[in-house]
Design a binder for this molecule. Sequence first.
Ligand code: BG6
Length: 369
Amino acid sequence: EKGGYEYFMLKEIVEQPRAVADTLLGRVGVDGTLTLDEMRLAPSELRDVEKIVIIAAGTSFHAGMIAKYAIEHWCRVPCEVEVASEFRYRDPILNRQTLVIAISQSGESMDTLMAVRYAREQRARVLAICNVNGSTIPRESDGVLYTHAGPEVGVAATKTFLTQLVACYLVGLYLAQVRTVKFGDEINAVIAQLANMPEQVENVLATIDPVRQLARSLSDASTVLFLGRHVGYPVALEGALKLKELAYMHAEAFAAGELKHGPIALIEDGLPVVVVVPSREGRGVLHDKIVSNIQEIRARGARTIVIAEEGDTAVHPFADELIEIPAVPTLLQPIISTIPLQVFACELALAKGNDVDQPRNLAKSVTVE
Ligand code: BG6
């Protein structure tokens, strides 16, 4: 069952290249044409969309946060993202021109399901992004895009998160094509890069062993902070969540630009801080700002653990530990930058003797509100 691995989580992390390939399978034509018929939303309906609202919980919420950056950039449609448990209690503004995207691995989370029901009552169109075929949320939605990651047994989401990202990118790119807002070079280039992601995921996994040793060296830390910017911010949140779920450690993530507005006061000698550095392509300003952040926290004693692109020499002088990942387009970086954080949390949890498949107090799908 576990394919020779001691835990499902380890198996599921290693399965990610195939999972990502399966999400793409049959959906990306050789010429870059996207086929997403199961969405059951006609191009005319998609052209009428005036606002997108993404609802999700936990790790799926982090996928939604990343989707917002991609969709607004590619499609120029305003996009909100909200945790499902808050959504229907604040009187959200929805109508026929609103596309609600509900992201749920299990398709059964009660918070997300109730938000879907509420959205449909308000006459919004609802698209589900789910992993479990025939589950409740896709059945109650107008359309669905399955992630096809295969069954995930580990309670903490890994391969389903990467495939949710891929599904969100497919929706965003398809919407951009249909609405022809930015049709052409950029969209086609991203589609080609997306099709190449299984290979990039494989490349990251091939170089992951040093992360395991690093994690083990941190098993006595009382807290770990995570910093990121742009799409690296939700990745930082996901890294912190994984550490809480699996290693039962206090962990917190911040948008790196917020550091100076408070969290920098937490920095003290030896405090481990994981920094997700944005790609240099197209986001040079953010890259430089985060390099300054790393410099600032290190000067105050932090032990900096830096995830950056290969050859990003600007970060080298300030990285106590360097985790290199391949250079990919900025918006797609979360697909690969998340992997070291999964391995980091998993290994730290194992070092503490925790059961990474069945963390205490958690359930794979939460069917109460
Ligand atoms: C939690 C799970 O309770 O539900 C998380 O433990 C998951 O791993 C979250 O991210 C949301 O679940 P789903 O199935 O709606 O994506």
